[in-house]
Each structure stands twice: as structure tokens, then as C-alpha cells.
Design a binder for this molecule. Structure first.
Ligand code: SAM
Length: 269
């Protein structure tokens, strides 16, 4: 056991899980197989790491805090399937992950969205992710069109993964307790796309541009982000979307159709 524990660094999102029931619920949801590799971002004091090492073949754990990482290396010295790396989860070489990796993490909330995008970029190597997130972010991941939480994060997440909200976690399950709500989500990488697209980059660009100015109509938001008025009008008409429509009403399929048409050379001129 490590003798001296430094104060948790809130600037690094250090809210440590202290409730073994929550660890059990996360493990049940992860349903790890003995041949699977797990990536954990931010192992902290290792409450999840210990459980992961007991069930997975290998656990790659990336911790930014030097002291926490040193303490964990000492405490889990007997866990021979732990591959502990001191470093930033944002700079981790995701392209080195084995195929079928499972990500299980209580993410540092201050950096959860950029981390999510890193994980999405690496999705071909990831089978599923069980993530503790700020409830507000978790709700955005699973939000449906026409709801206030629906935005870029919802569309892109649901395009790449099947996202479900698993359960909420009370602030009293952490030390120190966070002053935001926490929820666990399950994200399963899609093996079949929602709809076929040959223009994924165009889709991502259109989604980002559509939501860039939330109070404007879709057409105006796209125009303000560099799309030309005429191709926008043509594309909206072809896809059958009213020019007065707002981005938050469009389904993923409609964004995909719009992006396909906008990417066509005769429309893009
Ligand atoms: N997994 C532990 C638990 O459940 O108790 C700790 C979770 S705590 C919410 C987030 C952890 O992420 C902290 O240990 C923190 O030091 C670490 N962390 C913060 N920023 C990080 C980053 N950019 N890359 C890797 N780890 C980071």
C-alpha cells in the first residue's frame, strides 16, 4: 500500500470511484472475455484497473499524473497483464491497439470530448467502449433529432457507434464528489454503416457546418461556414429538406443524403 496519498488534482479531473458496486456494474456491462485487451484512460488509484486485470488478457492503462502512475505501478506490481503507460490519453498511439480492443474508463471530464473523438478515430480497432462521463455529455451522445441535447456529438457518435445510456452514478460514489452528474454509456462500434456513404469527410464537414450557428436555419448556417448559396438550395431541394429547416431536426440519414449531394461535382461548382 502506498503510504502517502497526494490531494486529488481537480484540474486533472481526479474524482476517484470509491463504490465497489459501481465497479461491478461497469464490469458486468463490459462482459470481458479472457482473450480481450482493454484500454483504460486515467486509471487513477486503480479501482477499475484491478477488476479489469482480473478479467482481461491485457490491460493498457494510460495515466497522465506521474505520482498516481508511480503509485499504481507499485501497488499493481503483481498484475503481470498490466501495461501501464505514463502519458496523455490525447497523445496515445491508438493505431497500435490490437484489433477488437475494449475501452473501459472513468474518463477525466475536462477532456472527455476530445478523448471521445480520438477513440472514434480509432474505432476500427475498438469493439466497444464502456465509459463514465458527465451526464450532460452522455445525454448528448444518445440524443435524438428534435431534442435540446441533439448536436454534432450526437450525429457523429450515432453514425460511428451504437450508443446507449446504461446507468447514472451518484456523486457520493466518488471522492472528491464531482459537482456535475455522472453516467455510464455503452458504445458499440458499428460494423455496418447507418447508411452507405462514399463521402464521410463531406458528411463530417456538413454536420459541423450545420450546427455551427444553432439559431440560424440550416441553409444559413451552411452558408456562413463557406458553402455557396446555390448548391445549398439545390442540395436541400434534391434531398427534400425545407430551406427553413434547422439542423437539430435532421436525422443522420438526412445529413448523409445532404452530404452526398453537396459533394457531387455538379453541385459543388
Ligand atoms: N479510473 C479512476 C477511478 O475510476 O477512480 C480515476 C478516474 S478520474 C475521473 C480520471 C483520471 O484520469 C485521473 O486519474 C487523472 O489523473 C487522469 N487523467 C486526467 N487527464 C488525463 C489525460 N489527458 N490522459 C490520461 N489520464 C488523464
Amino acid at each position: 500500500m502506498t503510504s502517502h496519498r497526494p490531494r486529488p488534482r481537480k484540474s486533472l479531473g481526479q474524482h476517484f470511484l470509491i463504490d465497489p458496486n459501481i465497479v461491478r456494474k461497469i464490469m458486468r456491462l463490459a462482459a470481458l472475455q479472457p482473450n480481450e485487451t482493454v484500454l483504460e484512460i486515467g486509471p487513477g488509484r486503480g479501482i477499475l484497473t484491478r477488476a479489469l486485470c482480473a478479467e482481461a488478457q491485457t490491460v493498457i492503462a494510460v495515466e497522465l499524473d506521474q505520482k498516481l502512475s508511480d503509485d499504481l505501478a507499485e501497488e499493481l506490481a503483481g498484475s503481470h497483464n498490466l501495461d501501464l503507460r505514463r502519458g496523455d490519453g490525447l497523445a496515445f498511439p491508438y493505431d497500435t491497439l490490437p484489433w477488437g480492443t475494449v475501452v473501459v474508463a472513468n474518463l477525466p471530464y475536462y477532456v472527455s470530448t476530445p478523448l471521445l473523438f480520438k477513440l472514434f478515430d480509432a474505432r476500427v480497432r475498438i469493439d466497444r467502449m464502456i465509459l463514465m462521463l458527465q451526464t450532460e455529455v452522455a445525454r448528448r451522445l444518445v440524443a435524438k433529432p428534435g431534442t435540446p441535447d441533439y448536436g454534432i456529438l450526437s450525429v457523429l457518435t450515432q453514425y460511428w457507434v451504437e450508443a446507449s445510456l446504461a446507468f447514472r452514478v451518484s456523486a457520493s460514489c466518488f471522492r472528491p464528489s464531482p459537482n456535475v452528474g455522472s453516467s455510464v454509456v455503452k458504445l458499440v462500434t458499428r460494423t455496418q454503416p447507418v447508411a452507405h456513404t462514399v463521402h464521410e469527410a463531406s458528411f463530417v464537414r456538413v454536420v459541423r457546418a450545420a450546427f455551427a450557428h444553432r439559431r440560424k436555419t440550416l441553409a444559413n448556417s451552411l452558408r456562413d461556414e463557406g458553402f455557396q448559396s446555390e448548391p445549398i438550395a439545390l442540395a436541400l431541394a434534391r434531398v427534400g429538406i425545407e430551406s427553413s429547416q434547422r439542423a437539430e431536426r435532421l436525422s443522420i440519414e438526412e445529413f448523409l443524403a445532404l452530404a452526398e449531394v453537396l459533394a457531387m461535382p455538379e453541385v459543388d461548382d
